[in-house]
Design a protein around this ligand. Structure first.
Ligand SMILES: [Zn+2]
Length: 192
């Protein structure tokens, strides 16, 4: 899932930034410790220098506080992204499970349909045996020529195959024949 890839990229980025902030803070803390040991180490006797070192340490501590705040916010962001990523992963697992269930159902239905087709083909073979060979030949020829529809229903004067209305006289002529054929499309017509 594309969403997971994107969320993982966000997490990597956030973790990278978090690591950078942590490193920066570690360096700053080390620097403060160094300056503090200079301040309390007794090496500096000049009061002016001591004062300026105190001021510097104070400033460094202010920076430290803001860096700590920034790091906490980043940790929070990383946690949220990680949580979101977990949700997406779970959703993907659920989705795949549902898809698998559906696939199984579709396979079962397809199996039933195939069985039904085999059954119908068998029945068809038995019926075809009883049909007149010429009529069957005509039916098969029309099926090929008329895009699978060889027989149409006649409603009133309208052919259900080509939807043309035939004149009364044609209708009367047609009814004389043993097998009714549409004067327009030549399909076999039946009346229900
Ligand atoms: Zn017709």
């Amino acid at each position: 899932m594309l969403l997971i890839v994107k969320e993982r990229e966000l997490l990597n980025q956030s973790e990278f930034e978090q690591k950078h902030l942590e490193d920066e803070l570690t360096l700053l803390i080390a620097k403060i410790q160094r300056e503090e040991s200079r301040l309390y180490g007794g090496e500096i006797a000049n009061p002016k220098e001591l004062k300026s070192l105190q001021v510097e340490i104070k400033a460094l501590n202010t920076t430290r506080e803001s860096q700590e705040d920034e790091l906490l916010a980043k940790i929070d962001q990383t946690d949220k992204i990680a949580g979101q990523l977990e949700k997406l992963k779970q959703a993907e697992i659920d989705f795949n499970k549902k898809a698998e269930n559906l696939r199984e159902k579709v396979l079962l239905v397809a199996e039933d349909i195939n069985k039904a087709i085999v059954d119908k083909e068998k029945k068809k073979k038995n019926i075809v045996k009883e049909i007149d060979a010429d009529l069957l030949g005509l039916y098969q020829k029309l099926r090929r020529e008329k895009r699978g529809i060889a027989v149409a229903i006649l409603s009133g004067l309208t052919c259900g195959g080509c939807y043309m209305e035939m004149p009364q006289i044609k209708n009367a002529e047609m009814r004389q024949a043993e097998i009714w054929r549409c004067p327009n499309c030549r399909r076999i017509l039946i009346e229900l």
